[in-house]
Design a protein around this ligand. Structure first.
Ligand SMILES: [Zn+2]
Length: 294
């Protein structure tokens, strides 16, 4: 037992420096979570959209501007919208690049299908273009999620918001790094899918998707190895279900919106911001991803 636990700790340490090592050699959903989980999640959720309002040209939340420029885009190409849902008094500000594969409607719908408490973990949903597929990033110290490409699937939104749930704005205290979680991982015999094998942080976010499905529908899609991740799932549900996964209540404890800045950027500022983003990528433990899924 003790040896196994040391192995898990070693795997976590290795993963933190970017070398992939499998946590488990069994996957409960060998083809990924999207196929088995999306139909149930879509059937049992709808976005309680109340209204949306576009911002005037020229202004953007600073966090969105940082992400746009950091990824090489022009902040003038951002479409900024306030989107209000019926279950929260305060609207969310979304930022979408004009060429992003996700439409504003896609973003409002996928985000809105999550429980209001999961949504409340997120500050700004951001969509940028990608040449193919979907990958995503979670900025877990500030609450932003960035979707790159065609990321309509609710499993992707739940996964990224799962990273925010893990950190709750304090990435150094991630739940996926705590002893109870690592012990539950030791007792379990599988990971949800191959992507979860990346490291404990990605594994936690995929277990969030599983736990969300079970909370909402009362069961999970047929497993390849029944019960093989129950220790983590039940710990996650005991800890977070009533406050985050249940589809009741109203929003609370939302991260504060970023300051509003001009979309105009001098060349010099742009170079500086791109340099900073490049240094951050792959080195900043607060930034999780890019996550991409089978
Ligand atoms: Zn991830």
């Amino acid at each position: 037992m003790i040896n196994l636990f040391s192995n898990i700790v070693a795997v976590v340490a290795v993963s933190a420096v970017g070398v992939f090592a499998d946590l488990k050699n069994k996957t409960d959903y060998p083809d990924g979570l999207s196929g088995p989980f999306t139909p149930g999640l879509n059937n049992y959720t709808e976005a309680p959209l109340e209204w949306f309002t576009p911002w005037g040209a020229g202004w953007i939340p600073k966090g969105c501007k940082d992400r746009f420029i950091g990824k090489g885009y022009d902040a003038d190409d951002a479409e900024v919208f306030n989107i209000k849902y019926t279950d929260c008094d305060q609207a969310w500000t979304f930022c979408r690049h004009k060429d992003a594969q996700l439409s504003l409607k896609d973003m409002a719908d996928s985000f809105g299908r999550m429980s209001v408490h999961m949504r409340s973990l997120v500050r700004h949903p951001i969509a940028l273009p990608a040449s193919s597929g979907c990958s995503a990033l979670a900025y877990t110290d500030i609450g932003d999620v960035v979707m790159l490409g065609n990321c309509k699937g609710l499993t992707v939104w739940l996964h990224e918001t799962g990273h925010q749930l893990d950190a709750r704005l304090k990435p150094s205290n991630r739940f996926s790094g705590t002893t109870p979680w690592l012990e539950a991982l030791e007792r379990d015999t599988c990971v949800p899918d191959s992507y979860a094998n990346t490291n404990t942080v990605e594994d936690f976010a995929q277990v969030v998707v599983v736990a969300q499905h079970e909370t909402l529908l009362g069961y999970k899609p047929e497993e390849a190895f029944p019960g093989c991740l129950d220790q983590r799932q039940s710990l996650l549900e005991r800890t977070f279900q009533s406050d985050y996964l249940e589809y009741v209540g109203r929003c609370s404890n939302r991260p504060r919106d970023f300051e509003i800045v001009s979309t105009k950027t001098t060349k010099r500022e742009k170079m500086k911001m791109m340099k900073r983003a490049k240094a951050q990528e792959g080195n900043d433990p607060n930034v999780v991803g890019p996550c991409s899924f089978p």
